[in-house]
Write a protein that binds this ligand. Structure first.
Ligand SMILES: [Ca+2]
Ligand SMILES: [Ca+2]
Length: 488
């Protein structure tokens, strides 16, 4: 996670009066912090049992130990509990059916949070429109991000493909989104089971629009506008979740993916957390659920994360080999009018440049834009600065689109927004049956191979960031996996 210094926070504060398109300002000397171990929910634990332990036996074990049962999963031999004290925890540890007890770690969306809890200001509603591609007559805005991975076409739009958006919910009132109904059976709130899946954090709505904003005369258009989104809420209104909530969301998908119409064949997770000390990809309680989806041929797309100091093998869920992990690039080229102190490159930031924040590493499946562009311009008393623009998508409670999650909240930049573009691409590969539908791991691996083989600028992109080493730490993994491309 990148945490700004004081000068940087001050700049953000002063920026409130700037036009809406003048977004995040980066100056030389903004050091990136070292990775930190994940936080955990107080008194929250995930208890794993030997294979074959029934839900009833697990509930009994919790009750006998004096632990409060929070989740009792159907797809994996585990429960999530709150323990009132050490005695309950020790009692569970002594239970011969218990194979492991893990802390209930906090998971967060993969959005770059410049100043935690502080907003940017800025004007409400619709922002300036990117140019409409020639020959296309529409009153919709067409984002650079969707253009870069490939505009949808009549027979390449995700039609018939169900996609679970495992996130903060979806804005069901948004006129540019048409997810499956916000009711039991076609949506699930893991944060408060039985409650509405309506988004109140904005992140899930922004992700949903990148995947499937409708092809109509308003807002934007998503990569797969005819696909069907299923809302699975695992992050609360503050965009915070836990492993146990994420597991509950994935559990719902496993139990329901084949039952709903159209079936859920892709899962988008624009979230994650670093592994804790002593925790491995193998012993993470999230793993059996991801493996169950993999076995069923459901493609799980995850954001690589926004910490360039770590490898994706140090984060979950992106590090799981069953997952398609997505790194971030710029969608479009910026302009440059002045020299930036500390940056010797003197050139603009080109399209397809590796985002300074992106996590990389062996195992990244593909890259896609997680930000629009960076302009390097002279800005009055701030001198020469980099202005970083987020992705354009549907915005909570506005009916419109912006580069922010909600009005007056932070810019939508991060691998959070790379993943949904790839999710839309996967839906179109499935729709066009470019990989045999086997409903087993072979299909997932076929799609992974298809994405790699059809990537744009493979072995060239992501390009090196011109600020690499000067402003950003940079951990190039040696693989230029290219930018995801949807079939036409
Ligand atoms: Ca639209
Ligand atoms: Ca790479």
């Amino acid at each position: 996670m990148c945490r700004p210094n004081t000068l940087y926070s001050l700049l953000l504060l002063l920026l409130t009066g700037l036009p809406a398109h003048a977004q995040e300002v980066i100056q030389p000397g903004d050091a990136l912090n070292q990775p930190q171990p994940p936080a955990a929910k107080a008194s929250g634990y995930i208890v794993q049992f030997v294979k074959g332990t029934s839900q009833g036996e697990r509930a009994m074990a919790a009750a006998q130990a004096g632990a409060i049962l929070r989740y009792n999963y159907a797809s994996t031999e585990a429960i999530a509990v709150t323990v009132p004290g050490e005695d309950a925890l020790n009692s569970l540890k002594r239970n011969p059916s218990v194979t492991g007890i893990a802390a209930d770690y906090i998971v967060e969306p993969s959005i770059v949070r410049p100043a935690r809890g502080k907003g940017f200001g800025g004007r409400r509603g619709v922002e300036e429109a990117p140019p409409t591609p020639s020959g296309k007559s529409t009153t919709q805005q067409v984002s650079y991000e969707v253009q870069r991975v490939g505009m949808p076409a009549n027979d390449s739009n995700g039609d018939g493909i169900g996609i679970a958006v495992v996130d903060s919910g979806i804005d069901f009132k948004h006129p540019d989104l048409a997810p499956a109904a916000n009711s039991a059976g076609t949506s699930f709130n893991a944060v408060a089971p039985g409650s509405s899946c309506q988004d109140d954090g904005g992140h899930g709505t922004h992700v949903a629009g990148l995947i499937a904003a409708l092809d109509n005369d308003t807002g934007i258009i998503g990569v797969a506008p005819a696909s069907t989104l299923y809302c699975v809420k695992v992050l609360d209104g503050n965009l915070t979740g836990t492993d146990s909530q994420l597991m509950a969301g994935l559990d719902w998908v496993i139990q329901n993916h084949a039952r709903v119409k159209p079936p859920i064949r892709v899962v988008n997770m624009s979230l994650g957390r670093p592994l804790d000390k002593g925790e491995t990809l193998d012993n993470s309680p999230l793993r059996p659920l991801v493996q169950a989806l993999y076995k069923a041929g459901v493609v799980v797309v995850a954001s690589a994360g926004n910490d360039p100091d770590v490898e994706i093998t140090q984060v979950v869920p992106a590090g799981f080999p069953e997952v398609l992990a997505v790194a971030s690039t710029t969608a479009d080229s910026g302009i440059r009018t002045c020299p930036l102190i500390g940056d010797m490159s003197l050139g603009p930031v080109s399209a397809d440049t590796a985002s300074g924040y992106t996590t990389d590493g062996a195992g990244v499946a593909i890259a896609a834009p997680g930000e629009e562009r960076t302009d390097i311009v002279s800005l009055g008393l701030f001198g020469c600065v980099g202005l970083q623009y987020g992705t354009l998508s549907t915005t909570l409670n506005t009916g419109g689109v912006s580069r922010k999650l909600v009005p007056s909240l932070y810019e939508a930049r991060g691998t959070s927004f790379s993943a949904p573009l790839v999710t839309g691409v996967v839906a179109r590969v499935m729709q066009k049956q470019l990989v045999p539908a086997t409903l087993d791991p072979g299909e997932v691996e076929g799609i992974r191979a298809w994405l790699k083989a059809n990537a744009s600028r493979k072995d060239a992109a992501p390009l090196d960031h011109p600020w690499a080493g000067a402003i950003y730490d940079y951990t190039f993994d040696g693989v230029r996996e290219g930018i995801a491309q949807a079939p036409r």
